[in-house]
Write a protein that binds this ligand. Structure first.
Ligand code: HEC
Length: 156
């Protein structure tokens, strides 16, 4: 059994299950269309209280599947100091592992190809690398340029 969690965004059944979970448990804060709470990008004393977007305008894709699993389960990233209060609820008593990963699969499936590629580079073994990554044209955020080029060179 692997201890690293992975959400399979290429499995339509998981995406469909995740869509229902997201609608019930996540959309009230993160938005029906994954757009986040109003003004979530504003840096003020309330910035940590507003749920960020999960679409390409947010930064969810800058985290590995394992990190996304952890913040959903425990309400905080492993790197968040215990003294810092988190306004992200912990779902460990509400959703099981499969349900958490299904919600992640739904979110990931909505990302444009460039984000899918960039995010998969953060997973062990590049898990979730889209099958058509080498063959189609896509754009990616400039911050990912170097790691994507490295991956392209290595997998040629
Ligand atoms: C009560 C409102 C609320 C609900 C409901 C909620 N979240 Fe959050 N979530 C937040 C807030 C606020 C943050 C920002 C926490 C921070 O930055 O410290 C957050 C952060 C996150 C992050 C980190 C994103 C990033 O880019 O850093 C993920 C992933 C996430 N939530 C997933 C989920 C999922 C999946 C669900 C449903 C199962 C969910 N959330 C339900 C409020 C909520």
């Amino acid at each position: 059994m692997s201890s690293v969690h992975f959400a399979n965004a290429d499995d339509p059944a998981k995406g469909a299950a995740g869509k229902r979970i997201y609608a019930q448990w996540c959309s009230s804060c993160h938005g029906k269309r994954l757009q986040g709470q109003p003004l979530w990008q504003l840096q003020d004393q309330y910035s940590g209280r507003r749920a960020p977007a999960h679409d390409e305008s947010g930064h969810t894709w800058e985290h590995s599947d394992e990190d996304l699993y952890r913040i959903t389960r425990y309400g905080r990233f492993t790197t968040t100091p215990p003294s810092v209060h988190s306004y992200m609820p912990a779902f460990e008593d509400i959703l099981n592992d499969e349900q958490i990963l299904d919600a992640m699969a739904f979110i990931k499936a909505r990302w444009p190809l460039g984000l899918r590629i960039s995010q998969s580079l953060l997973n062990p073994g590049y898990a979730g690398m889209p099958a058509n990554a080498q063959t189609v044209e896509w754009t990616f955020p400039p911050t990912c340029l170097t790691s994507v080029q490295r991956w392209r060179t290595r997998s040629r």
